[in-house]
Write a protein that binds this ligand. Sequence first.
Ligand code: PMP
Length: 360
Amino acid sequence: MKRVHNFSAGPAMIPQEVLEKARRELLCYGDSGMSVMEMSHRSSDYKPIIERAESLLRELLGVDKSYKILFLQGGATQQFSQIPMNLLTGSGRADYIESGNFAQKAAKEASRYGKVQIVASSAADAYNHVPSWKQEDFDPQADYFHITTNNTIFGTRFTEIPETGDVPLVADMSSNILAEDYDFSKFSLIYAGAQKNIGPSGVTVVIVKEDILKKEPLPFTPSIMNYHTMIKEGSMYNTPSTYSIYVAMLVFEWIIDQGGIPAMKKLAEKRAAILYDTLDQSRLFKGTSAKKDRSLMNITFITGDTERDNRFVAEAKEEGLVNLKGHRLVGGIRASIYNAMPIDGVEALADFMKRFEKKG
Ligand code: PMP
């Protein structure tokens, strides 16, 4: 069977070379005589895999040893509570920018454990842009400041990172990690669910600067949610998502082979430009996010007619262009184009959009 062009927002495409390598190694990894799936996480066969995954990710992000890298479970959603449980230990206050549905969920969860200030919000405009903020509104005593760098559902991204001074900056990078180049040393904690730009679902990457973890977490924090515990145990307080971490390692190798994050960013800009140019030249399709904040990863658009949107999604599927339905919260059309999406997938979609428009 022919592989389709998969525009899923996540779990999303994995580079074909990675899948092929995983297939070659599926039954027997190296000279272990077994599949990675069958290995004890504490075995001498598995240890080099998680260590290599960590060192490749460290190399890609260019972060030094003052940052700890963890491979956890529970998705990015678990971090919505794990972060406040571990960090709301000073003033008990945190600042959040509410730039989308996941940012809103993160803030809501944190408000169970302390006082959350929404510094800026675009909720009133259905999150169609990243809200602007005023530095003077930032709480200088906040325990941390939280942003979501790419808004998966509404298709926007931060093009500028807030200056938070001594307040640790925390970022949910689930949907654009390893695709955009940041000065990662500006962040004290970065987290991302794997299932978009890293690998299969089931593992969540947390990169945390150890010096923000001076205190013990809030007293009721379960051991499994305590960053200190996970750091001490090298992400192995319990059984980690061993196979997902292995595939993540293969994806990190693949990204490095392609030229690292700068090469990924260039490709991301190229892919996004093909679709945004098509949208801007179209009289049928309309992009739903503000031009200045357009995401490079999630391209959201509509025809203005729900029935026609649905027909577009259905007819695209027949051409092997799948998973183009917008998020269930907003409807419309969304093309998610992460690192593994080849340029020809995006060209095929642009071509189909033009043909669909002509046909009427
Ligand atoms: N944050 C962002 C930006 C996301 O896109 C998602 C999932 N699409 C989440 C958080 C939630 O991630 P998970 O399903 O891994 O908990």
